[in-house]
Design a protein around this ligand. Structure first.
Ligand code: NAG
Ligand code: NAG
Length: 340
């Protein structure tokens, strides 16, 4: 590896396999960061300055017609989710999916994914694609990942997500997917959300969970089995500016949250040709462990006591999942899971 002025450059003679993995990573980062920005700006240009203005109108009609798909189970495509590029992207880190028990396809499941990390790459790779073999590990279960509704506001990016089975994380959307008369439906909720992303530092295991109870209530309302997931390594993929509670950055982030509804983390990864700076994630192993389901009895109007009891049971199962698996996946035996 060549080093110049503190920057480590990638060697030029890398094998084809690794090049494809990097390509998978570039593809994903392009879709996540570049495409939405481009598709906000480009339509204005096309509409005002080109003779293809009618494409913008046609897209508007399509979006109007298709507006409710994110709340109606999306339109996951097997072909789209099994493309080779996803396997290359998974192998870039690599990301590995581990199943504790088989899941019965005659039940529905609400999976809680922890931690959020900067952009939940493990959740996307494992559950929006077959990059780590989810289709074979959970046969008969149609798994959909939930995301914020804003992800469906920009053209192309929304269809990209809907084909991956991405759905909106609203109540209406979850009720639709989990009340399905067909069995074998699974939804993955990244419970800690944007708040937890602010604690996504390498070596840290800090979850925002104590006051997150909506997903528990949803499991009770629909009778979906609750399944905890811990993704070892998700917090290792980027470096985030130091922002302990009370710091200036954290205060600005708190303010941003009040104004915009979310608080952007200040982070970086590596570049295409260097290892120190850029938006590509670091090549670090991610091990996503899916726990055993917790039986839930359908309760249409659960009391706060019932919700709290199940929340405590879920939290305990998640802590056990972390404790029982941590040393195998690179976490020291003294590291503790912090739940706040
Ligand atoms: C899903 O991935 C697994 C593991 O890579 C692979 O064996 C399987 O053929 C894939 N399934 C489909 C339908 O492509
Ligand atoms: C991971 O944790 C689960 C839940 O505690 C446990 O059942 C499983 O055996 C653990 N996996 C391994 C390989 O230790």
């Amino acid at each position: 590896m060549a080093k110049m002025g503190g920057i480590e450059f990638a060697p030029l003679n890398i094998p084809m396999e690794r090049r494809l993995q990097t390509l998978g990573s570039i593809y994903y980062i392009f879709i996540v960061f570049v495409l939405p920005a481009a598709t906000i700006v480009i339509p204005f240009y096309v509409f005002f300055y080109t003779s293809y203005w009618y494409l913008v109108i046609l897209n508007g009609i399509w979006m109007y017609y298709d507006w409710h798909s994110p709340k109606r189970g999306a339109y996951p495509s097997r072909w789209w989710r099994t493309m080779r590029i996803h396997t290359h992207f998974a192998n870039y880190f690599p990301i590995k999916l581990h199943r504790t028990v088989e899941l019965d396809p005659n039940q529905n499941y609400l999976f809680g994914y922890h931690p959020h990390g900067i952009i939940s790459i493990g959740a996307y790779v494992n559950f929006c694609t077959n990059g780590t073999g989810a289709f074979e590990k959970f046969p008969g279960i149609n798994i959909a990942l939930c995301t914020l509704v804003g992800q469906f506001w920009t053209p192309l990016r929304r269809e990209w997500g809907l084909l991956h089975g991405l759905i909106d994380v609203s109540r209406e959307s979850l009720l639709y997917s989990l009340s399905d008369k067909r069995k074998g439906q699974g939804v993955v909720v990244v419970v800690g959300g944007a708040e937890e992303a602010l604690d996504a530092h390498p070596g840290h295991h800090i979850l925002t969970l104590n006051r997150r109870k909506g997903f528990i209530r949803m499991a009770l309302k629909t009778g979906a089995q609750l399944v905890p997931i811990y993704s070892f390594g998700e917090n290792e993929l980027f470096l985030q500016a130091d922002n302990p509670k009370g710091s200036l950055i954290r205060s600005i982030q708190g303010y941003a949250k009040q104004v915009m509804g979310f608080s952007p983390p200040v982070f970086h990864g590596r570049g295409i040709f260097n290892y120190n700076f850029g938006l590509l994630p670091f090549r670090r192993e991610v091990n996503t462990v899916v726990g055993a389901p917790i039986a839930v009895t359908k309760t249409v109007n659960p009391t706060p006591e019932i919700v709290d009891k199940l929340h405590a049971q879920y939290t305990e199962a998640l802590m056990k999942l972390f404790e029982d698996n941590k040393t195998k996946y690179g976490v020291s035996k003294d590291s503790k899971l912090v739940i706040q």
